[in-house]
Design a protein around this ligand. Structure first.
Ligand SMILES: Nc1ncnc2c1ncn2[C@@H]1O[C@H](COP(=O)(O)OP(=O)(O)O)[C@@H](O)[C@H]1O
Ligand SMILES: [Mg+2]
Length: 161
């Protein structure tokens, strides 16, 4: 199980010790999300954003057999069949805020699905006020992978430590 500690500056802080734990944490969050929820992921390359997004997909009831990859080139991938439709988005390859709007990405925040955005810290001003913010930081190594600090701010109702 991912360990959790007291909240810091209103964020819930968790530590995971491998990808499975990160996925489980994402799934816990996913189970609490409602239509139009936005999950804003930030953290360096390879920290576990896509891994966390896979967990959210599981929490929304999508099958574990589903192959979810970073939508770095497609910008957004849609998954139907869960409790709520999932839009998995990635701002990594976008060159400007204009490109974000040109691609129509902000519309996915209000389509009645759950939007999970990787590299959301690029243009935080595009995020709806109610967005759940998830920051991932590698803090060392563990046997199962890396020791990951996961800070969750503005969690949905029902999601606690
Ligand atoms: N605690 C952990 N949480 C998530 N991923 C981890 C962890 N430890 C090791 N990993 C590995 O780190 C990589 C994270 O990749 P990914 O989720 O694609 O990162 P990002 O989307 O942030 O670039 C995966 O290869 C995963 O197996
Ligand atoms: Mg990724």
């Amino acid at each position: 199980m991912a360990s959790a500690c007291a909240s810091a500056e209103d964020a819930l802080v968790f530590y995971t010790f491998g990808p499975d734990e990160t996925k489980r944490l994402g799934a816990r969050l996913g189970r609490c999300l409602n239509p139009d929820a936005v999950v804003a992921l930030s953290g360096d390359l390879g920290t576990g954003k896509t891994c966390f997004a896979r967990g959210v997909a599981l929490g929304l009831g999508l099958p574990s057999s589903l192959h979810i990859t970073s939508p770095s080139f497609s910008l957004v991938n849609e998954y139907e069949g869960g409790r709520i439709r999932l839009y998995h988005m990635d701002a990594y390859r976008l060159e400007s805020l204009e490109a974000f709007f040109d691609a129509g990405l902000e519309e996915y925040f209000y389509e009645g699905g759950v939007a999970v955005l990787e590299w959301s810290d690029r243009w935080p001003q595009v995020l709806p006020a109610g967005s759940v913010r998830v920051l991932l930081v590698i803090e060392g190594l563990s046997e199962g992978g890396h020791r990951l600090r996961v800070e969750i701010s503005n969690p949905p109702e029902g999601f606690t430590i």
